[in-house]
Design a protein around this ligand. Sequence first.
Ligand code: HEM
Length: 460
Amino acid sequence: MLAAAVTIVAVVVASLLMVLPAGRAREKTKPRKPVPPGSFGLPFIGQTFRFLRALRTNTGEEWLHRQTSTYGPVSRLSLFGCPTAMLAGASGNKFIFASSAVINKKPESMARMIGRRTIRDVEREDHRRIRAIMVQFLRPDACKRYVASFDDEVQRHLDAEWHGRGIVAVMPSMKDLTFDLMCTVIFALGRDGGGNAFRKELSMEFRQMVKGITAVPLNLPFTSFSKCLAASQRGRRMVSGVIQERRAKLEQAQSSPTDDVITQMIAEGLPEEEIIDNVMLLMIAAHDTSASLLTFLIRHLDANRDAYDKVVQEQEEIARCKVPGEALTWEDLGRMRQTIDYIEFGGYRIPKGWQALQTTTTTQWDPTIFPDPGRFEPARFENPSAIPPYCFIPFGVGPHICPGNEVARVETLVTMHYIVTRFRWRLAAGCDGSYTRSPHLSPSQGLLIDLEPIVQGRKA
Ligand code: HEM
């Protein structure tokens, strides 16, 4: 039950991605197709403000629906000063995620914060090489090694931030927690010998840097962007320090490449700048996504008390088999889971240099595919083969499919186990669970919940 609920909520997290078609030489023999129907709106501004307003007011789905019902599944518009093709539906999802005709291009502000040589920026052999390094540390058998430290981190976080409190803001709390969990996975960082201080300082720089990703890229004194850029540079220096320390250990045969992803990248001969870029990218890819997943899982379970009760029952059964203080194991998690010129698409020609706006929500909110799509119903994902291809893809599909999906699953299962077995919760009075996308999912007041501690599997 919990595992199925994790899947359903992952969808909310991964929607509205921007990618850019790669150039591909046009076969001269083919007749020229028209560009997609639609309008570019006002020069430069296009539909940008309307799009951002729809995200902010959480009416993005309606906005997308209007666009598709007016122009069909392939249409043109202009976003962020760039001509854009919007592709809706399962074939649009397939085309964007699985086709080699489409490459990712980060907005300039993101490239300046994270770097330009991440796994998202390289193609073909270079991409396969970086991906193979990461996957070694993210695939299911590698995740076994994280369960005990995730267990320790989650309990430590709940003791410090939830225990003894009547009310908690879930989103900020989950951001802190997932940052710590990712320090375990990406830096193999413990808590002793400066580990605590490193996490605290890096988390401060990282928080500031993330704001820069959506800031106007104007590097002038006193702009928000320049402050974020400075934080990114300080963060990069900290990662560089870790690389130097790991390199020294490797050279002195005090470590092995299989110890952690950074040491493996050093052993593979990746230049330092490229390692730093990829570490920054991993932190971005892993952190806010998982924090949103956990927050929205709590929100949905609050609104659906039947599902909540089933999850509590399932998790309490597991808790009853443990002696006090015994950590969760990989097997326990198993018991929780029974559960370059132009391109052509849909009869249209999408010129080189246009963006493609992909919207997995158009299939995930399609009532002909998922009846009553707004209803929180984890059971509908219990039989994945019943879901039409490319209609439900929270972790993407194709060559860039999320390699961290198992890590996200493990951290979510461990965290939810303790949240449901140690506390009862309800949305706090005055918190209605509403949220915006600005552009990241952002629940109002961080999703305030009232907490009631449970003693030994029973209500206190
Ligand atoms: C709820 C959590 C998560 C969600 C919903 C999510 C979603 C996604 C999606 C949809 C993509 C594919 C993007 C595309 O094809 O354009 C992706 C890529 C990626 N994700 Fe995740 N992710 C999550 C957690 C994580 C975690 C925990 C990690 C690492 C520890 C991670 C690392 C990555 C990386 C490195 C890529 C790029 C892969 C490549 O380009 O080959 N993600 N993620």
